[in-house]
Ligand binder design. Structure first.
Ligand code: FES
Length: 246
């Protein structure tokens, strides 16, 4: 199997290039993940650079573009990439005899498959991803009813891998002004939380032409979320709250 990988080392390369590797699937291991392939290739070529940590789809560190789809290498089966299988988001790969791996698009490349996520994290920080509530705490905890808790399902599971935001054309054009799908999903996670009393200030910080309304409902965020979440749905809820507030 041919594996093609985007390579770029700013210390030695004038421009990025694609490097081909011949990869033989080890006998008895027909169902490797793409991250396993990278790990085995790295044994041959220690200069190959990528991020990974948990290997379980939890830490979000190995977001990359695999045969055109942003996803996590550690939970993407080689067999699905080759045979045209489906991601959890519902995106279906085209059948292919080879695998091409590139860094997440729309973010500056630091080296090979590692991108600079500073701007992405700055937008996350800007939405203030914590509970705003300065009321004196009750003796035990700020309780929620089962219904109130259920409103957070589909929101709190985001692992900030960046696969949605880096697939978003509005983000490519306005990364400093448009919060992006991941940041807005997190913003709605706190707007929807019954224990948070910062709704008005959160909405006033988002009330401009770019922060939220730059979303054009392209839906790439939904197509490529490896956790199967729906950032566009959260964005439309925020749009509704902003219109109501106005
Ligand atoms: Fe942690 Fe893939 S290595 S999500």
């Amino acid at each position: 199997m041919k594996v093609t990988i985007y390579r770029y080392d700013p210390d030695t390369d004038e421009t990025p290039y694609l490097q081909d590797y011949d990869f033989e699937l080890p006998v008895g291991r027909q169902d490797l993940m793409v991250l396993d392939v990278l790990e085995l290739l790295k044994e041959q070529d220690p200069t190959l650079t990528y991020r990974r940590s948990c290997r379980e789809g939890v830490c979000g560190s190995d977001g990359m573009n695999i045969n055109g789809a942003n996803t996590l290498a550690c939970i993407t089966r080689v067999s699905d990439v080759l045979r045209g299988g489906e991601l959890r988001s519902g995106h279906r790969f085209r059948r292919s005899a080879s695998i091409t791996i590139r860094p997440l698009p729309g973010m500056p490349v630091i080296r090979d498959l590692v991108v600079d996520m500073d701007q992405f994290m700055a937008q996350y920080k800007a939405i203030r991803p914590w509970l705003i509530n300065d009321e004196p705490p009750p003796a035990q905890e700020r309780a929620q009813s089962p219904d109130e808790r259920a409103r957070l399902d589909g929101l709190y599971e985001c692992i900030l891998c960046g696969c949605c935001t880096s697939a978003c054309p509005s983000w490519w054009w306005n990364p400093e002004r448009y919060v992006g799908p991941a940041g807005l999903l997190w913003s709605y996670r706190f707007l929807a939380d019954s224990r948070d009393i910062g709704t008005s200030e959160r909405l006033s910080e988002l009330d401009d032409p770019f922060s939220v309304f730059r979303c054009r409902a392209v839906l790439n965020c939904v197509a490529y979320c490896p956790k199967g979440l729906n950032p566009r749905n959260a964005i439309s809820r925020i749009e509704g709250l902003l219109v109501k507030e106005a």
